[in-house]
Design a protein around this ligand. Structure first.
Ligand code: NI
Length: 206
């Protein structure tokens, strides 16, 4: 975590750009306030999510059908992310922990938008820092592009003057999908853990 904090302090403006761009993009795509989930739900237009077959941190093929009967909490990011992704992943982890036994009802899923660097070993190292039922998924560039498109995820490779390697500009929303893989709602970056826990509880034990 300290490493993330130090890296974050080196690139605060950059992280801000990611959030602002992701926010602008989301507003463009869905209209209205990206923080107001009810607007997305009530629009009837938002078709978020879809089928996927990807590879997890253990090298196993995983599809959305494997999680039928449970809700999926889906987050797109990349393991080299200086701040946004580790923060959101820690938030999801904390929310899952606070759900206690109800957490069994929810499958947390991390999908990389950087398949070029996020191979199986990289995912395994990364996901070990977070909630123990997390599935971390990667795939070919085509597979990732398809699932990102299904979830309306914005991502873009960006060369950074501050960092030795390229980084990724990306939207950061946490999607909650129902037991058949249909979109229920989403949570935004920096949403307090308690709000996320309350949001999840609304759908548990339906
Ligand atoms: Ni990120």
């Amino acid at each position: 975590m300290l490493k993330h904090i130090i890296r974050y302090m080196l690139v605060p403006a950059f992280a801000l750009v990611i959030v602002i761009n992701g926010y602008k993009w989301f507003n463009t795509k869905f209209g209205g306030d990206a923080g107001n989930t009810s607007q997305v739900e009530s629009s009837g237009e938002a078709s978020i999510g879809g089928a996927f077959t990807l590879t997890n941190q253990n090298g196993e093929k995983i599809s959305d059908k494997d999680f039928t009967g449970r809700m999926m909490l889906v987050y797109f990011g990349f393991t080299n992310c200086p701040d946004i992704c580790p923060t959101d992943m820690a938030t999801i982890t904390q929310a899952m922990e606070e759900l206690g036994s109800n957490a069994d009802d929810i499958q947390p899923i991390f999908i990389t938008i950087d398949p070029e660097r996020d191979n199986i070993q990289q995912l395994k190292n990364f996901i070990g820092n977070f909630y123990n039922t997390f599935q971390a998924l990667t795939g070919t560039a085509e597979e990732i592009a398809q699932v990102a498109n299904e979830y309306r995820v914005y991502s873009k490779k960006v060369d950074s003057a501050e960092l030795s390697q390229y980084t990724m500009d990306h939207s950061a929303y946490i999607y909650l999908m129902d037991r058949k893989g249909k979109y229920l709602t989403h949570f935004r970056h920096d949403q307090p853990v308690e709000e996320i826990v309350d949001g999840l509880r609304k759908y548990i034990n339906f």
